[in-house]
Design a protein around this ligand. Structure first.
Ligand code: ADP
Length: 552
């Protein structure tokens, strides 16, 4: 009997289901978009029930396309848009409001208030919360023969007694939050969104205090739905994006919960990213299937790219760019504007990562197409860029929404510099593509500096990684090889691998590595002196974008 691993990829704009076989081949796929709500400028919401119904729909569709039944599915792995907040009623199972999506800026003002606050006295002392993680559990799965191993005990590398990086005499709240969570205080993460719901949805605070509300990121919600409310868990990678989770003690942080007035009883139990959490209710997919893996999308992609070793890095060239470096079993504090996050936890061992986000990556190519109308389609950029030997001294800095890592300048705006009479549209298209490579290089250099690890190669995925010109230029700029895998569905693959490992479908990471087939390797070709000259130009160009939108 053929068996598959089902990956459920709950993305920001669509849900997908992919069935993988033992060699990591895609055997079936189904996808469906769902509604985005923009009730006010800067606000982004989704309907949690619609997320669930479309996800279930694509799961059924992917199975029926190849005539698979529940008996053909060895396990389910889930990967999800991160940080998005869903709060629902424990008894009725109904969400109490729309899901607040990671992009939503409604709590930016509150974050600004927090940013100027001094650290409250109760937070000054290093968290001594040495209680067992089990005490975090408000709700135990019942009837599920098996639950994730590490959920019952702290992972081996939990450091429950101290925060190794604590900023000496951290009087600024932002520093303490960063020390504890690894994150930059920002509306992007879940914490302030949960607080917003408690403050603004009628009756929410009372219900939460009575233990009647549950919070979850998208994977928590989906696991709860798939098990008909029997399993209430999140994995370490998703927990680390909430800004409520202490990445050293590996527990929900009591100080931050107190600061934001969020009751601990509304938080899920934190479990391994690979482990059997429970079985799907047989009413959904025609039988019980073990749910055996979960990870946030970027971490799942890191796993799907088989970046299992310390120092291995992947970059996703999607709408934005996401670079993650595996830093092994110790968290690395960034001094260069990156965030520290949990990559995954397997068999009670947590692996950490450094993450850098580039706000505009492939979106710059959309801009060339939709606003500038210089191209008809994104793939056209490849032959257009190759029509000219270089960008003729022109640089495009696509800082349309400010600059992310490593600059973090919300007031930066895009610019085109170095224009002369000879610069034509081919040069501008080429300079835009080149900017994706330069931005990636900036984050990689920051990662190397923070981690003290010299990069040995870059694994790539995402829509724009299909562009051969860009990949070659990327290899030239970083002076290292760029590897493009045959299967660029790395996010779903990562979720499948995490689940497959838990049920023994794959024997170990070596077996997974053997599956990781490379489609093409790009080796650096340009002389280093030439690259140094171009990078100098880029550095100068980026500076012109700084602070542009700041009021004088
Ligand atoms: P997301 O998951 O963020 O929606 P995708 O991974 O699907 O993004 O990638 C889509 C992005 O990649 C778009 O911004 C598009 O402009 C860009 N893109 C797609 N194909 C190419 C190409 N051949 N060359 C350059 N950019 C491309």
């Amino acid at each position: 009997m053929d068996t598959y691993i089902m990956a459920l990829d709950a993305g920001t704009t669509s849900n997908r289901c992919i069935l993988f076989d033992h060699e990591g081949n895609i055997c079936s796929m189904a996808q469906k978009e769902f509604t985005q709500y923009f009730p006010k400028p800067g606000w982004v919401e989704q309907d949690a029930d619609e997320i669930w119904s479309t996800l279930l729909g694509v799961a059924v569709e992917a199975m029926s396309k190849i005539g698979a039944t529940a008996q053909n599915i060895a396990a389910i792995g889930i990967t999800n848009q991160r940080e998005t907040v869903i709060v629902w009623d424990r008894v009725t199972g109904n969400p109490i409001c729309k899901a607040i999506v990671w992009q939503c800026r409604r709590t930016a003002g509150y974050c600004d208030e927090l940013a100027v606050m001094q650290t409250p006295a109760y937070m000054r002392a290093v968290s001594q919360d040495t209680g067992n993680a089990a005490s975090n559990r408000p709700y135990q799965p019942s009837e599920t023969g098996s639950t994730a191993g590490a959920g019952n005990d702290l992972p081996e590398n939990a450091d429950a007694s101290r925060i190794p990086w604590q900023t000496p005499s951290a009087t600024r709240l932002v520093d303490v939050i960063r020390d504890k969570t690894g994150l930059v205080l920002d509306a992007y993460f879940s914490a302030t969104k949960i607080r917003w719901i408690l403050e603004n949805v009628e009756g929410a605070r009372e219900k939460a205090a009575a233990g009647d509300l549950l919070f979850g990121t998208v994977e928590t919600w989906l696991i709860w739905k798939l098990t008909k409310g029997r399993v209430y868990v999140t994995d370490y990678s998703n927990a680390s994006r909430t800004m409520l989770f202490n990445i050293h003690t590996l527990q929900w942080d009591d100080d931050i919960l107190r600061l934001l007035d969020i009751p601990k009883c509304m938080l899920p139990r934190v479990v391994d990213s690979s482990g059997i959490y429970g079985m799907t209710d047989s009413s959904f997919l025609g039988g019980e299937i073990p749910i055996a893996g979960a990870a946030g999308d970027q971490q799942a992609a890191l796993f799907g790219q088989a970046c299992f070793g310390r120092g291995e890095v992947k970059n996703t060239y999607g709408t934005g760019g996401f670079l993650l470096m595996n830093t092994g079993d110790t968290p690395v504090k960034s001094v260069s504007g990156l965030v520290t996050t949990i990559a995954w936890s397997i068999q009670g061992r947590v692996t950490y990562a450094l993450e850098g986000s580039i706000f505009v990556s492939g979106a710059a190519i959309q801009w060339l197409r939709d606003e500038m109308r210089l191209i008809d389609s994104a793939p056209d950029t490849e032959w257009i860029a190759e029509r000219v030997p270089d960008s003729n001294g022109c640089y495009v800095v696509p800082a349309f929404t400010g600059l992310g890592a490593p600059y973090w300048d919300p007031y930066a705006r895009g610019c085109i510099v170095g224009l002369t009479r000879g610069v034509n549209k081919y040069h501008i298209v080429r300079a835009t593509l080149e900017s994706l490579a330069y931005q990636t290089n900036d984050v990689l250099r920051a990662m190397e500096k923070d981690a003290g690890i010299r990069l040995t190669g870059l694994k790539v995925d995402g829509g724009a990684s299909a562009n051969n010109f860009l990949m070659q230029y990327q290899a030239d700029v970083i002076g290292q090889t760029v590897c493009r895998p045959r299967c660029i569905e790395t996010t779903a693959m990562g979720a499948a691998y995490l689940a497959g490992l838990a049920v023994g479908y794959w024997g170990g990471t070596e077996e997974i590595r053997a599956n990781a087939k490379i489609e093409r390797v790009f080796a650096p070709q340009m002389p280093p002196e030439e690259i140094a000259r171009r990078l100098k130009g880029w550095d100068k160009a980026v500076r012109y974008s700084f602070g542009w939108a700041k009021e004088e």
